[in-house]
Design a protein around this ligand. Structure first.
Ligand SMILES: Cc1cc2nc3c(=O)[nH]c(=O)nc-3n(C[C@H](O)[C@H](O)[C@H](O)COP(=O)(O)OP(=O)(O)OC[C@H]3O[C@@H](n4cnc5c(N)ncnc54)[C@H](O)[C@@H]3O)c2cc1C
Length: 476
C-alpha cells in the first residue's frame, strides 16, 4: 500500500478482519496488526488470520433464533466473515458450520490481497498513541499480556477483567410464579426486581448433590491455577466445599419472607431482572462450569424453574474484556480517549458471530464518521442494535459479556386487548424477527447504508418453533 495508513486495527481475528474490511471497502487505508506467527495465544494452533479456536460452528442459522437473525443482518450489511462462512460451510443441520481451514484461508486471502489493507505481523506491546488517526483494538479474549497491561493503564485497573463469571439467564415468562415469589431482601429496593425460588431441606440437599455430581467442563491448561475472586466462585466449587456452603452463600434465605407462608424458606435461589422490561432474569451468583445439558437438568430441579427457557447458559472462563458500559460510547470509542475504539470480545460481546458484528459496526461507524456523516446505532429491536445496547448501556449495574439472545431485544408491545389470547413463543419469535427485518431496513436507509433485502419468510416459518440452539454453542 503506497500511502500511509489512516486507521490502525490491532488484532487479525474475526472482529479485527471484519472491521479492517469494512473500513477498506469504504476507501480508507488500513494497517492491520496481527501478532501471529511471531506469537500465539494459548488457545491458538494455527498461524492464519481469523482462527476459530474451538468449535467450527457459528451456531444456529435460523432467523427465528436471535443468533440466526444476527447472521442474516450481517449478511444484509455486507459482512465479509458471514459471506466467507457461507462459501465454506459444511453440513450441520440448522447450524452454520464451516471448514475452519478453508474459512481461515479464504479470509486471509481476502484481507491480504485488499488494496487498502496493509497486513503487519508482530505483537503490539503498547497502544501506539503517537499514531495520528483512530486506532481500533480488537485483540480478543486472550489479548497479549503486555498490551493488556497498557490497556489497563488507559482504561483503569478496575475496568479490564481477565475472567468472566457468567450466571445463566432464563426468560421471565418461563418462571412458574405459582411457586416463585417476588421479594427483595429485607424489603429493600424494588420488590419486583427479584424473583425468589424457595427450597425445603430435602430439595436443597438433593440439589447440592446434583451440582456436585454434574459433569463439568475441564479447565484448559492456560486456565489451571486460576484464583477466582471470592464473589465469582463457580457454584460447584462452593457446593463441594460443604453441604451448607451454598445456603450461607448465594442461596441464603434470610430476609426473604415468602408471602404464602410468612416465613423464610430453607434456601432460596434468587433471580434478578436483566432489563427494564423484565423479560429476562439471571440466577444470582450461579456462575458455573457445568456443561450446558447438565445446567438444564440440574437447574430445572429449582422449584419454579422446572420449565425454564434458558436464554444464556452460565460459564466461567478466561476472557479479557472491558467494563464497556462505563467506558465506551455507542460508536465504541473510549470516552476518555476517543482516538481508541474497541471491537470484538475485548469490548464485551461473547462469541464468534457477536465479535464479527461488533467489528462490522465499528468499521462502518468509523468510516461514516470520517466521511463527516456519523451513524446512529441500529435500534434495539434488531439483533445488532440489541447487542450494541447491551454492551454500552451505562444504566446496567454490573456488566457481563453476553451472546445475543431475544432477552436483549426491545420487547414486543404487550397484547393490547385484555382477554385476548397471548401469542405463543413461536409466534412471538416470528414477530420479533419480522419487526427486526423491517427496522434494520428503515434504519440502514436513513443512515445511507447499503442494505440487502430481507429474505422472504419460509412457508410456515411464522408458525413453527425453531430447533433450539445446539447444546454447546460455545466451548464455555
Ligand atoms: C478457549 C476459547 C474457546 C472459545 N470457543 C468459542 C466457540 O467455540 N464459539 C464461539 O462462538 N466463541 C468462542 N470463544 C470466544 C471467541 O474467542 C470469540 O468469540 C472470538 O474469537 C473473538 O473474536 P475476536 O476477534 O474478538 O478475537 P480473536 O478471534 O481472538 O482475535 C484476536 C486476534 O488478536 C491477536 N492479538 C492478541 N494480542 C495481540 C497483540 N498484542 N498484538 C497483535 N495481535 C494480537 C490474536 O492473535 C488474534 O488473532 C472462545 C474463546 C476462547 C478463549
Amino acid at each position: 500500500m503506497p500511502d500511509s495508513p489512516q486507521v490502525l486495527v490491532l488484532g487479525g481475528g474475526l472482529a479485527g478482519c471484519e472491521c479492517a474490511f469494512q473500513l477498506a471497502q469504504a476507501g480508507l487505508r488500513v494497517r492491520l496488526h496481527e501478532m501471529k506467527p511471531h506469537k500465539r495465544t494459548a488457545a491458538q494452533t494455527s498461524d492464519g488470520l481469523c482462527e476459530l479456536v474451538c468449535s467450527n460452528s457459528l451456531r444456529s442459522d435460523n432467523p427465528l433464533n436471535a443468533i440466526g437473525l444476527l447472521h442474516e443482518e450481517l449478511r444484509r450489511l455486507g459482512s465479509l466473515v458471514l459471506h466467507t462462512a457461507d462459501d465454506n460451510r459444511v453440513p450441520a443441520g440448522d447450524a452454520l458450520a464451516v471448514d475452519r481451514d478453508l474459512f481461515g484461508a479464504a479470509m486471509e486471502a481476502r484481507i491480504a490481497s485488499h488494496p487498502n489493507i496493509e497486513l503487519v505481523r508482530g505483537e503490539v506491546q503498547q497502544l501506539p498513541l503517537d499514531f495520528p488517526g483512530p486506532i481500533v483494538v480488537a485483540t480478543g479474549p486472550l489479548t497479549s499480556d503486555a498490551l493488556a497491561a497498557d490497556i489497563v493503564r488507559v482504561a483503569g485497573v478496575e475496568r479490564l477483567s481477565f475472567y468472566d463469571a457468567i450466571s445463566p439467564i432464563v426468560s421471565g415468562e418461563s418462571i412458574d410464579m405459582s411457586v416463585a415469589f417476588l421479594a427483595s431482601r429485607w424489603g429493600k429496593g424494588d420488590t419486583a426486581d427479584y424473583v425468589n425460588c424457595p427450597m425445603d431441606k430435602a430439595q436443597y440437599t438433593a440439589f447440592v448433590q446434583a451440582i456436585v455430581d454434574a459433569d463439568k467442563l475441564p479447565l484448559e491448561d492456560f486456565e489451571k491455577g486460576v484464583h477466582f475472586f471470592p464473589g465469582c466462585l463457580p457454584i460447584e466449587v462452593i457446593a463441594a466445599s460443604g453441604p451448607k456452603s451454598l445456603r450461607f452463600g448465594p442461596m441464603k434465605p434470610t430476609g426473604l419472607d415468602d408471602p404464602r407462608t410468612g416465613r423464610w424458606a430453607y434456601a432460596i435461589v434468587q433471580l434478578r431482572t436483566e432489563n427494564r422490561h423484565k423479560t429476562a432474569y439471571n440466577l444470582v451468583g450461579f456462575q458455573t462450569r457445568m456443561r450446558q445439558g447438565e445446567q438444564r437438568r440440574v437447574l430445572s430441579m429449582i422449584p419454579g424453574l422446572e420449565h425454564a427457557e434458558f436464554l444464556r447458559y452460565g460459564s466461567v472462563h478466561r476472557n479479557t474484556f472491558l467494563d464497556s458500559p462505563r467506558l465506551l460510547d455507542t460508536a465504541m470509542r473510549l470516552k476518555s480517549l476517543p482516538q481508541l475504539r474497541f471491537a470484538g470480545q475485548v469490548s464485551g460481546v461473547e462469541g464468534y458471530v457477536e465479535s464479527t458484528a461488533s467489528g462490522l459496526w465499528v468499521g462502518q461507524a468509523l468510516a461514516a464518521e470520517l466521511r463527516g456523516q456519523p451513524l446512529t446505532p441500529p435500534p434495539p429491536t434488531t439483533a445488532l442494535g440489541a447487542l450494541l445496547q447491551h454492551v454500552t448501556d451505562a444504566t446496567a449495574p454490573r456488566f457481563q459479556p453476553s451472546n445475543v439472545h431475544f432477552g436483549l431485544f426491545e420487547p414486543l408491545p404487550a397484547a393490547a386487548e385484555p382477554g385476548k389470547r397471548r401469542p405463543g413463543k413461536p409466534e412471538r419469535k416470528a414477530a420479533m424477527t419480522a419487526r427486526a427485518r423491517q427496522e434494520l431496513s428503515t434504519w440502514a436507509v436513513l443512515q445511507g447504508l447499503p442494505v440487502a433485502e430481507a429474505p422472504a419468510p419460509a412457508p410456515d416459518a411464522e408458525a413453527t418453533e425453531p430447533a433450539p440452539e445446539s447444546a454447546d454453542p460455545t466451548c464455555g
